[in-house]
Design a protein around this ligand. Sequence first.
Ligand code: ADP
Ligand code: MG
Length: 594
Amino acid sequence: MIRWLTAGVNAPLLVVCVAFGGYTVAFGNPYSFYVMAIAGCYALLVVGFQFIFGHAGAVSLAQAAFFGIGAYVSGLLGIKLGWTFDVTFPLAILLPTALSVVVAIPVLKLEEHYFALATMGLGLVALLVATQWVALTGGMNGLAGVPNFIVFGFEIKSRFDKLVFIWSLVGAGSLIAWQIMRGLYGLQYRIARENSTAAMSVGVNVSILRFVAFVLSAAYAGGAGALIAHQIKIVSPQNLEFAVMITCLTMTVIGGRTHVVGGIIAAVVLVHLPEWFRVLQDYRLLAYGAAALLMVVIAPEGIVGALQALRARVLPEAPPPVPKPRVHTVRRSTVDSGDFLLEIQGLSKSFGGLQAIRDVDIALTPGEIFGLIGPNGSGKTTLLNLISGIYLPDRGRVVYAGQDVTRAPAYRIARLGLGRTFQNINLVGDMTALDNVAVARANLTGASLTRALTTLGRDGALHAAREHAVHLLAAVGADDVAGQRCDRLAYGVKRRVEIARALAIEPRLLLLDEPAAGLNEAEQIELSGRLKALTKDGLTILVIEHNMRFLLPLAERMSCLDDGALIASGTPDEIVSNPAVIEAYLGAPEDEDA
Ligand code: ADP
Ligand code: MG
């Protein structure tokens, strides 16, 4: 009971929080209760901001706008209509949430820096409305007379009671945020943020994750804004101003972008700083900016991240527990794909003036291993990117498992059971090999926000994904590194982890881009045996390789690309004796061991 309740909780930090809370309650005065309650409002704002800024990794500058809108909604409805907090609070969450949904659709598609600008624009519009619509908002001065919190008929009057009320909501909001991110659903955010190409290749819809994060951050900001309106009892444009945004950003950077408790601690400390140091009052923003900058340089993961790193150095951590391998196959519903599992017709792609792929036709029959060779720069990787949806072709068609996927996004193609690896390995360096593989199970096993919110206790889906991941790592001979961070692995091992990750989506077709590169001869023979074993279960493999000693015994059929066009296709024997192939590729000895 205690164990599953505290799984993943940083005990020392929790002790600090409880001690600080106890101190505030025992030795505080009404004024310190008041300040601490305001810190609670900021804590909730920061926990919400962690969704978009931390987990989704997108710089949104709209958080203060959502905060201010929440404050105005709850405050104005209280002042003008006398509505009580139990009614206005949900509305204060709802309006920013609805606004974020509307804004997200055009804005989230933008490139990173334009996204930041667009969200800043939202903040400016909100500020303009708040200052100019004087009849409603009271303009620059705002409006006083926001009523006390009234919840189900109870009026919360004393400063101490408000403190308890606000911090109860902070607690609830934090638990929900933690609950969303701690399981298999949350793990997807890490791969989406660190390597969106890899994420898409295992069926993660990166845009939807960002959308959800943005909407959640707006909901939290709205709620936090409602709290502060009733706490300070006025609504004014101050809650919308850019200063709030800078404060929120600083708190999030200092606390740690993805650490709930860190964010709360940073909010408490930064709200109190001007109280502790009077000189800070005038130079607050300057100090915050400097602190954030310093933090980015010395501890990019914030105080909690820095503490964790420190602890890891002082007490070398036991490697995280690796579960026993266990197969959890989820059979995807497959359509009969006819004679060919993959059919490419007339595929062409150019980059500016460079024609990388010209008019390529390939058809793969189920269960075969198909080799693709060609000199460097002949377009092999580009062809894989076209098939897997990373690039859109200029002309031609790709039919996979009976479906036209020519213009389908990469994550959807992956969900049809097409797995791949990358020539330049795309693993998340600071995640374990185990989790790099386990995360690929998320889509297949139906990880969702609703399930994350309703799964109390241990996330069985994450555990099952990890058990299956160990099984797959064993299948490629990499289970001994399951608990290690991927950036510390040897090159050849990384390649095998990537193959395990591609297998985790239970593909029918596997695309491998130079899987033997960097492997020694014994490893190559071993890999070759493992790949052959996989096709026994019906897997089809398209493999790009330079190493002919590896490829020739493995592939049943082969094609050779040169300058973007197929120059030969046939059995390995036919290919090696084909004059065009010898001329373009095999004859050039420097390519042979490239
Ligand atoms: P290979 O994998 O056979 O070595 P690639 O498919 O990586 O070759 O590259 C084929 C050609 O396309 C190269 O000239 C490369 O520079 C070009 N190319 C590949 N990707 C891009 C891109 N995203 N933008 C511009 N040029 C590209
Ligand atoms: Mg390549």
